[in-house]
Design a protein around this ligand. Structure first.
Ligand SMILES: N[C@@H](CCC(=O)N[C@@H](CS)C(=O)NCC(=O)O)C(=O)O
Length: 208
């Protein structure tokens, strides 16, 4: 049985839960992180020395880092679907997982924290404004790509859509201080993502 540690409102845990639901893979989840604690106990840190969520134990194989987990589960259970079947197709999908980490999350993180988790009087509004501006520009790169492809990795849904799917949910649901630029192709892709039952089940709750 696959075991997952992590709270349901964590963006990184959601990637893994969504992946499992796409793969029809049963799992047992233990709340950890945030208000639940657990992640700083010696037992947890023996599994994941970072003290962060998510962590999985799949038949004795312990793994952390959400994208590594998504790639692993997709490779074991989704060859030819979530895990594209050729090295080139794999790279097409994988690129967007890397791009999320290097280009989107560094700006989305401060926007999310300031608008959702930090008290209004303590918010860094200048940082939010600058980060929103950079996000708007960078999301234009995905928009241009999606003008020619139904999904980020190509014509079918793959693991490459998972990190950007949870990021897009935040982008389109946060109460941003500026108007979003029109990204018609990104918006159409986001609608396709929103209609996936696995996404609705694990990733579409109000942001907390
Ligand atoms: N790169 C790691 C980042 C993990 C991470 O930062 N997790 C956050 C939640 S999104 C965490 O554990 N925060 C501490 C907590 O929840 O107590 C991954 O993708 O798994």
């Amino acid at each position: 049985m696959l075991k997952i540690w992590g709270r349901r409102n964590s963006i990184n845990v959601q990637k893994v839960l969504w992946c499992c639901a796409e793969l029809d893979l049963p799992f047992e989840r233990t709340d950890a992180g945030g208000q639940f604690g657990v992640n700083n106990t010696p037992e947890y840190k023996a599994m994941n020395p970072n003290g962060l969520v998510p962590t999985i134990n799949y038949d004795g194989f312990i793994l952390w880092e959400s994208h590594a987990i998504v790639r692993y589960l997709s490779g074991v259970h989704g060859l030819g679907t979530l895990w594209p079947g050729t090295p080139r197709a794999f790279a097409e999908a994988d690129r967007w997982m890397e791009w999320y980490d290097t280009t989107i999350w560094p700006d989305l993180r401060p926007v999310f924290w300031n608008l959702v988790r930090i008290a209004p009087e303590k918010r860094n509004t200048a940082l939010v404004a600058a980060s929103v501006q950079k996000l708007a520009e960078n999301l234009g790169i995905a928009d241009t790509h999606l003008a020619k492809h139904r999904y980020l990795g190509g014509d079918q849904f793959t693991m490459g859509d998972i990190p950007m799917g949870v990021a897009a949910f935040r982008w389109f649901n946060l109460n941003l201080p500026a108007e979003r630029p029109r990204h018609r192709h990104l918006e159409a892709w986001y609608q396709r993502i929103l209609h996936r039952p696995a996404f609705q089940q694990h990733c579409a709750a109000p942001l907390t």
